[in-house]
Design a protein around this ligand. Structure first.
Ligand SMILES: [Zn+2]
Ligand SMILES: [Zn+2]
Length: 153
């Protein structure tokens, strides 16, 4: 069991460094939330985070506080807000799946959100493009019906 423990600690290191670099204490729930966002392949809502990490010790409120904290310091960002549900992802700088600011596909039928990392919105003449194009918090959403909903229709 000794080696298991060493592995676990090694695994936690990057999240700890990221938190420290952002001026946050690397508490266990904070590391776990960040780890989850970094390993996720799509943005996660608060309830999905609770589904993955929720315990008696780490209740909804604890996880929510930590999620918000990560957004406050810029480690995570709100990737989409559909129907009042915010979904979060690790921000570009942290090397999460969001290696660049990418659009998100939102299914208008089931509300599912997926990343479109291969799709980029490029301004032909960046000088004349609105300043919003330069913002890392830029939110681009593509609406339509996902494959599942199309095939069920
Ligand atoms: Zn759908
Ligand atoms: Zn994404």
């Amino acid at each position: 069991m000794k080696s298991d423990k060493a592995e676990a600690i090694e695994h936690e290191q990057p999240t700890r460094d990221l938190l420290h670099a952002a001026g946050l204490r690397a508490t266990a729930p904070r590391q776990a939330v960040l780890e989850l966002l970094l390993s996720a392949s799509r943005p996660l809502s608060h309830s999905e985070v609770v589904e993955h990490l929720g315990t008696e010790l780490w209740d909804q409120a604890t996880l929510y506080r930590n999620l918000i904290k990560l957004v406050e310091v810029g480690i995570a960002r709100v990737a989409s807000e559909v129907g009042g549900v915010r979904r979060y992802e690790a921000s570009a700088r942290q090397g999460g799946h969001a290696a660049n600011v990418h659009p998100h596909f939102v299914c208008t039928a089931c509300g599912g959100v997926t990343c479109l990392p291969g799709v980029r919105l490029v301004a032909d003449t960046p000088q004349s493009a609105p300043a919003v194009f330069q913002q890392p918090a830029l939110e681009i959403q593509v609406h339509g019906r996902c494959d599942t909903c199309v095939s069920e229709a």
